[in-house]
Ligand binder design. Structure first.
Ligand code: PMP
Ligand code: GLN
Length: 381
């Protein structure tokens, strides 16, 4: 067999979650809550199923849900978007990423990604016949080196992938970064994929620098989000893309043949819940900031080093005071097997990891009791 993805194996998320289950460790690896989504949302989906909302939704998604996304985009980011021609509901952000990449990347095109980089971008680029150009974020704060980015742009550059808040580091970009980016892509045939699935998980009063706020960048962007993250229902695999009409038209050409549409009753439930509970997204930053602070307060009694994460539900921790002899993959395994707490190593998200990277990622989207138990184990090392 000639593999089309010779460098792809099982994702680190599956690997670590399986190991955690195997040895009975507390699973702070793969990012998902260990608590349920809002009861009203779960009741709404039951009702949708029982009321016969079980046939195909329109290809672009239920109009009622697209309308709710338009309302949210207007109220949070001040942008008027058309539910008809600029919003597409997808079965998960992962499918949205795949479709956006396939909508514009042609054979031989270059796509610039920032390492450490979420693992689903590169296989999609490769399957489209493109090639990822990896640029490492600058340590220790995982910021973009703008000069290096300017140097990486060539006539073949077709797309740049942004991810803010950033998985796995939690780093945020700001409005000034968006301006720098706009200056670099101006008058060039370069599209943006802006992965904003953690848009509501931004802490300490900081603001999410959505590409939706930036007129010039938006005109060349696919902005992607995930209801799974926002409503604590990662297993629902429902997301969306906001893009200007010309890009949305191209995206839908791919989407209609990758999945055609998303799951109908989930879309009914999300539309109903969003209309009834607009406060949910406004309350999310404080909800997750409290979890971050609990976890970090507890972890300050350990030998791990860390700076409180600015966004996402992930906390990086430096273990060089504990096991400097282990690389991060070995460390994540050792922590899981010997100390009963699973995490995610960071080097797997790099094409060329920096030497002596001694960081693992913990997910704090967990109940207080889970965080307390995990921290107790981590403090005992
Ligand atoms: N992008 C990033 C940065 C993520 O962390 C995730 C997490 N799962 C996704 C995309 C995919 O989201 P979904 O589960 O909606 O496909
Ligand atoms: N995005 C999640 C994470 O970073 C995992 C999603 C997946 O398992 N593919 O942990």
């Amino acid at each position: 067999l000639i593999s089309k993805l010779p460098n792809v194996g099982t994702t680190i998320f599956t690997t670590m979650s399986q190991l955690a289950a195997e040895v009975g460790a507390i699973n702070l690896s793969q990012g998902f809550p260990d608590f349920d989504g809002p009861q009203a949302l779960r009741e709404a989906v039951t009702r949708a199923v029982m009321d016969g909302r079980n046939q195909y939704a329109p290809m672009a998604g239920l109009p009622a849900l697209r309308e709710q996304v338009a309302v949210k985009v207007r109220s949070l980011y001040g942008r008027e978007v058309s539910a008809d021609s600029e919003i597409t509901i997808t079965p998960g952000a992962t499918q949205a990423i795949f479709c956006a990449i396939h909508a514009v990347v042609r054979a031989g095109d270059e796509v610039i990604v920032f390492d450490p980089c979420y693992d689903s971008y590169e296989p999609a680029v490769e399957l489209a016949g493109g090639v990822c150009i990896h640029q490492s974020l600058s340590l220790p704060d995982f910021s973009i080196d703008w000069q290096k980015l300017a140097d990486a742009i060539t006539p073949r550059t077709r797309m740049i992938v942004l991810n803010t808040p950033h998985n796995p580091s939690g780093a945020l970009i700001d409005g000034a970064d968006l301006e720098r980016l706009a200056a670099l892509v101006r008058e060039r045939d370069i599209y943006l994929l802006s992965d904003e699935v953690y848009e509501h998980l931004v802490f300490d009063g900081r603001e999410h620098a959505s590409v939706l706020r930036h007129e010039e960048l938006y005109q060349r962007a696919f902005v992607i989000s995930s209801f799974g993250k926002t409503y604590h229902v990662t297993g629902w695999k429902t997301g969306y893309v906001v893009a200007p009409p010309n890009l949305t038209a191209e995206l839908r050409k791919v989407h209609q043949y990758v999945s055609f549409t998303g799951v109908t009753p989930l879309q009914w439930a999300l539309a109903e819940f969003m209309a009834a509970h607009p406060e949910h997204v406004r309350e999310l930053p404080a909800f997750y900031q409290a979890k971050r602070d609990l976890f970090c307060d507890l972890l300050s009694g350990s030998r791990f080093g860390f700076t409180r994460t600015a966004g996402t539900y992930f906390q990086l921790a430096d273990y060089s005071a504990i096991r400097p002899d282990l690389d991060d993959v070995a460390m994540a395994r050792w922590l899981t097997r010997e100390h009963g707490v699973a995490s995610i190593p960071i080097s797997v998200f790099y094409q060329s990891p920096p030497a002596n990277l001694r960081l693992v990622r913990f997910c704090f989207a967990k109940q207080e009791e889970t965080l307390r138990q995990a921290a107790e184990r981590l403090c005992a090392i």
